[in-house]
Design a protein around this ligand. Structure first.
Ligand code: THU
Length: 163
């Protein structure tokens, strides 16, 4: 049987289609991208998320001379939020990037690892996390993280206690 997965998203450049909070998240994502520690890639990423109590948490990429030690902006923000406010829902996350060595032609999407983490945050809180990917030319809005990663890894039995 052949099956097809469709992903629904909004693409716009009209800032008027965004709420005040969404615009604030975008400004914070740009600001935090500017202070990323990315001396190796010179590719700065910023993420800003809002919690159900309206608190905004930001994150940027943190690199290391031992390359695999580095971590993406999205996971810095998500893990900070879950660490500081483990019981609060994440409502939305805005993500952007600044490339210092080339011109970005489209909004950057989160990497596979960050998608997996975003999805587990959604499952943990049992509500959707809206995703806003943007650059100066385009804004992409997705209703939830799950739509970013079909066939994501999920195995509830890993949480089971051993007999
Ligand atoms: N990076 C992020 O921060 N988020 C992503 O979703 C993709 C990539 C960072 C990791 C690394 O510091 C730099 O961008 C280049 O890959």
């Amino acid at each position: 049987m052949k099956r097809k997965i469709e992903i629904e998203y909004i693409e716009t450049i009209d800032l008027e289609q965004l709420s005040k909070i969404e615009k604030e998240l975008m400004t914070k994502a740009i600001n935090v991208a500017n202070t990323a520690y990315a001396p190796y890639s010179e590719f700065n990423v910023g993420a800003a998320l809002i919690l159900e109590n309206d608190k905004i948490i930001t994150g940027n990429n943190q690199e290391n001379s031992s390359f695999p030690c580095g971590i993406c902006a999205e996971r810095v923000a998500l893990f900070s939020a879950n660490s500081m406010y483990p019981n609060l829902e994440i409502k939305k996350i805005a993500i952007t990037a600044i490339a210092n060595n080339f011109i970005l032609t489209h909004p950057v999407g989160p990497c596979g690892l960050c998608r997996q983490v975003l999805i587990e945050c959604e499952e943990r809180q049992n509500t959707e996390i809206e995703i806003i990917l943007f650059d100066s030319n385009k804004i992409i809005k997705l209703q939830n993280a799950k739509s970013l990663l079909p066939f994501y890894f999920k195995e509830d039995q890993l949480k089971r206690k051993k007999p």
